[in-house]
Design a protein around this ligand. Structure first.
Ligand SMILES: [Zn+2]
Length: 454
């Protein structure tokens, strides 16, 4: 008996050493609603899928696209001594003609107030995309004239509309919202900010619009053209060649405080001297992020690159704050709060990329950089140019995207997808200490260029 157990133990051990690994799909019986998916993993010996050879990267990494028919699809992965069977079911979903979204106008205006902090006021009745006009605070009073797809249509002055989710507001009972009175504003000067304090008799919807001239708008205000108050603040700075580098606006009571960061005159020799920068290694703790072909976890790669960026920036005199320094979970809001608490001018989140089913990991490589607010675009372009020219990373585009960490106006906020974890070539780069170092240096070089006034 003992001998048999020993033999079985050896066989199992042998299998483990020689095994090929599949990191995606994560299980062998999954439902995927797409016309293709991919097998991601690694193998140290030739591997076939349904009799076809899977091309292996010199590291052993592979990404192999398979088409899916509706119903059950069986895939047999086989090396000379091991076999794994995957059944992937593609559901048969008949495309139902969904009811077209119709605007339902109200006969009489209705009155609401905002019940959640940071409620998105949108330009379209869609819960996604680049359509945020403002983030409204509690108790802002709203006039509504209709609804569509779970949103109320909000009157902004006389000729403009916004949309707010029904779940973010409550109706006033027997109370109609009249236009507010704006008593005036004060200007407060400080070392780092231009601060304006607007005195109103109630909270009204507002909007801050970026541009060479920054626009502060308050809607539903008495004695203003179209019930709209507009203040223009010129922010294009000829000396620093920059437009905006962070701003914020919020109600304190019925006063609205607008803070616009002043242009930064950088140190002439060390442009990053004393510049406050927050580096945010994506994911962490219970949240692994994506998993690479070779099994590396995104959270670990993000952290090692972020630490190298921290080192490079500190060498150049920057004041760096890290949202995490080890393998812990940090919420998205907390990451932004950390940057804003220390008044960072720049917030950079470091990530590794992956793809949804239906796409080809072999055809996607390199860096993508996400921003939400136009003020962050010039730095995004600068970092892209630098990583492409200094280390030859493929340019996978600067993109505007509605991601929580980049929807922060206080700092120039960016999210860098360094490279694709599920692309074998990119995977090799991402775990290469030399690549990580060069990449961190390229980010620091870009920031130095960005703040250099010369
Ligand atoms: Zn990520």
């Amino acid at each position: 008996m003992k001998k048999i157990f020993l033999l079985m133990g050896l066989l199992l051990l042998g299998n483990n050493v020689l095994a090929f690994d599949v990191v995606y799909p994560a299980q062998n019986d999954v439902i995927i609603n797409a016309n293709s998916t991919f097998f991601i993993g690694s193998s140290n010996k030739p591997l076939k899928i349904n009799g076809q050879n899977i091309p292996l990267h010199p590291t052993g990494a592979f990404a192999y696209v398979v088409n899916l028919n509706t119903g059950a699809n069986t895939f047999v992965l086989q090396s000379d001594d091991e076999k794994k069977v995957f059944v992937i079911t593609r559901p048969d979903i008949k495309s139902k003609a969904s009811n077209p979204a119709v605007f339902l106008p109200y006969k009489e205006k209705k009155y609401f107030y905002v019940t959640t902090e940071q409620a998105p006021l949108r330009s379209t009745p869609v819960d996604a995309g680049i359509n945020r006009l403002a983030h409204l605070q509690r108790n802002i009073e709203l006039v509504v004239d209709g609804e569509q797809s779970g949103f109320y249509r909000v009157l902004l002055g006389k000729n403009k509309y916004g949309w707010i989710s029904k779940s973010n507001v409550k109706a006033f009972e027997n109370f109609s919202v009249n236009p507010a009175t704006l008593f005036g504003y004060e200007y407060v000067d400080s070392k780092e900010f231009y601060t304006f304090i607007f005195h109103l008799d109630k909270r009204v919807p507002f909007e801050m619009v970026e541009g060479d001239t920054f626009l502060m708008k308050f809607y539903n205000v008495k004695e203003q053209p179209d019930d709209t108050f507009v203040m223009k603040v010129p922010v294009k700075d000829t000396l620093t060649k920059r437009q905006l580098i962070g701003y914020s606006g919020e109600y304190k009571g019925n006063d609205f405080i607008l803070k616009i960061r002043k242009p930064i005159l950088a140190h002439s020799i060390r442009p990053l001297h004393n510049i406050k920068i927050t580096i945010d290694p994506g994911h962490g703790g219970s949240e692994n992020g994506a998993v690479a072909c070779l099994g590396n976890k995104e959270k670990d790669i993000n952290l090692s690159i972020a630490k190298l960026v921290e080192e490079e920036l500190k060498k150049r005199g920057a004041k760096v704050t890290m949202t995490r320094k080890n393998d812990i979970y940090v919420g998205l809001k907390d990451r932004v709060d950390i940057a804003n608490t220390v008044d960072s001018v720049v917030l950079i989140s470091i990530h590794g990329n992956a793809l949804p089913d239906g796409q080809d990991p072999n055809k996607n490589r390199g860096t993508s950089i996400y921003y939400y607010y136009p003020q962050a675009r010039p730095l995004a372009d600068m970092i892209m140019d630098t990583v492409v020219s200094e280390i030859g990373v493929p340019n996978d585009k600067v993109r505007q995207g509605s991601l929580a960490v980049v929807r922060n106006t206080n700092a120039i906020s960016l999210l860098i997808e360094v490279s694709y974890l599920i692309n074998p070539e990119d995977n090799a780069n991402l775990i290469n200490p030399e690549f990580q170092k060069q990449y961190a240096k390229a980010i620091a070089d870009s920031l130095e260029k960005y703040f250099d006034n010369k």
